[in-house]
Design a protein around this ligand. Structure first.
Ligand SMILES: Cc1cc2nc3c(=O)[nH]c(=O)nc-3n(C[C@H](O)[C@H](O)[C@H](O)COP(=O)(O)OP(=O)(O)OC[C@H]3O[C@@H](n4cnc5c(N)ncnc54)[C@H](O)[C@@H]3O)c2cc1C
Length: 413
């Protein structure tokens, strides 16, 4: 598929519109009706412990259906079984998938695997691609991205990186302590960020490491605000004398910080796409309720306070879509560096929008909204991490303000 471009009226190319409709139908007819079953199977007691992800048999069957329908890993090039969508195409499709918290996984487009596929595609050697990218693209294995460490290590400020990799002959030996490696427990391999020198810019390197390698222990899945959803289990990992060959280096020694940015900008944008989908579904569910539920002699939809919440969410989703599409178009034009502050704006806007829309959905549904008879409480707990993961709000605001104050941010595009 050629890179889709937006026309003057922001319309999508015909081919992409058709594909998007196919994905939407699949989500409506196959994913959403099975959502509760997939989540229950994912939590089933006999599925605990390390296992082949995804744990849910229903989800695995849906992935086979998505493959048969030609909708699996659409973001990858055709040679790897995808559709070569490009970032603009991903915006259209990922939003549809994101309408369910298990939707992206049905198409092998969930985080962190999708972002990891992206970085492997850019910089992995032929051997690394064959060993890890192929099976990941086929949905046979899952992966983790291990950058964050407990204090005083790498967090909002990656330069606090403490995990070290030391050269020993032809090998590297990694020692360190990571946490919040999403999906790390079930993963077949990890991309591990380690310090290889004290150079502030070129002091970090990424390594591709077999998760079962000697010296790696999965300490626990950290109990967090949200119950685990598929690979969204936050692993704490220890690396003790993990000896890997030089061929485990991903993209070059000292390239870690640069590659992290290369991975994070598009990965952040794909988060926005999925979150916009969930916000849209939430708003549709609110409409169904407020046009039927009556209070004080009229439906909720007739009360201005309700209209205000609906209008704010609709406007916020529309703005989020435009911000995401704009940033995606920059990435497609090869303007990765210039896109960075725009990706920060989009990420902050969409993360807050999703949290606010879910909070308002609970409010509009009253006691029903607070109950687990509706999914909003679960989705809210899931969404709240959006304001922290991939960099907290404040750090993205720093990027936007810094570029604006330097005069390098063209805000009137
Ligand atoms: C659900 C979830 C999944 C995650 N998945 C992964 C993963 O797969 N791999 C991975 O490596 N990491 C992952 N993370 C970690 C995430 O990237 C970090 O949490 C994030 O970068 C912030 O780091 P920190 O938590 O150490 O916060 P800290 O660095 O301790 O910062 C704490 C708070 O300080 C404030 N702050 C920090 N810097 C500034 C500043 N410059 N100005 C003003 N305020 C500031 C912010 O409010 C911030 O929230 C995940 C996190 C979550 C919550």
């Amino acid at each position: 598929m050629t890179a889709p471009a937006l026309g003057p009226a922001f319309e999508l190319p015909e081919q992409l519109t058709a594909l998007r409709a196919k994905v939407r139908t699949f989500v409506d007819e196959r994913v959403i009706p099975n959502e509760a079953k997939i989540l229950a199977e994912d939590h089933a007691p006999d599925a605990q412990g390390r296992s082949v992800a995804p744990r849910s048999a229903t989800l695995r069957a849906l992935r086979d259906e998505a493959k048969a329908a030609g909708l699996f890993t659409p973001h990858l090039p055709e040679a790897l079984g995808g559709l070569g969508l490009g970032v603009m195409g991903m915006c259209a499709l990922f939003r549809e998938m994101g309408r369910s918290p298990v939707g992206a996984a049905a198409f092998n487009c969930d985080a962190p695997d999708q972002g990891n596929m992206d970085v492997l595609l850019r910089v992995a050697t032929e051997e690394q691609r064959e060993r890890w990218l192929g099976p990941l693209a086929r949905g046979e294995i899952t992966s983790g991205f291990a950058m964050t460490e407990p204090a005083p290590g790498a967090g909002a400020d990656p330069s606090n990186l403490r995990t070290r990799a030391v050269r020993d002959g032809d090998d590297w030996v990694i020692d360190g302590h990571k946490w919040y490696t999403t999906g790390g427990g079930d993963a077949s391999f990890l991309i591990v960020m380690a310090r290889t020198s004290d150079d502030p810019r070129a002091g970090a390197t990424m390594f591709l490491v077999d998760r079962m390698h000697k010296g790696i222990s999965h300490v626990r899945d950290i109990p967090v605000m949200c119950p685990p959803i598929l690979t969204h289990r936050e692993a704490e990992m220890r690396f003790e004398g993990v000896r890997v060959p030089a061929s485990a280096v991903l993209g070059g020694v000292g390239e870690g910080f640069r590659l992290a940015q290369t991975r994070l900008v598009p990965a952040r944008l794909t988060h926005c796409m999925r979150w916009l989908g969930l916000a849209e579904r939430t708003l549709q569910m609110c409409r169904e309720y407020v046009v039927t539920r009556e209070s004080f002699g009229r439906t909720l939809a007739h009360h201005q306070a309700i209209q205000k919440m609906i209008a704010e969410a609709s406007t916020g989703i529309h703005a989020g879509n435009l911000m995401t599409l704009h940033c995606a178009s920059m990435l497609e034009r090869g303007l990765a560096k210039e896109a960075r502050p725009y990706s920060s704006m989009a990420k902050n806007h969409v993360a807050r929008l999703l949290c606010k829309t879910l909070d308002d959905a609970i409010q509009m549904h009253g006691s029903l909204g607070f109950s687990d008879d509706m999914p909003f409480a679960l989705w809210y707990r899931y969404a709240r991490s959006a304001r922290i993961a991939d960099g907290p709000d404040e750090v993205h605001d720093v990027v936007v303000a810094r570029d604006f104050l330097r005069g390098t941010l063209d805000v009137l595009v």
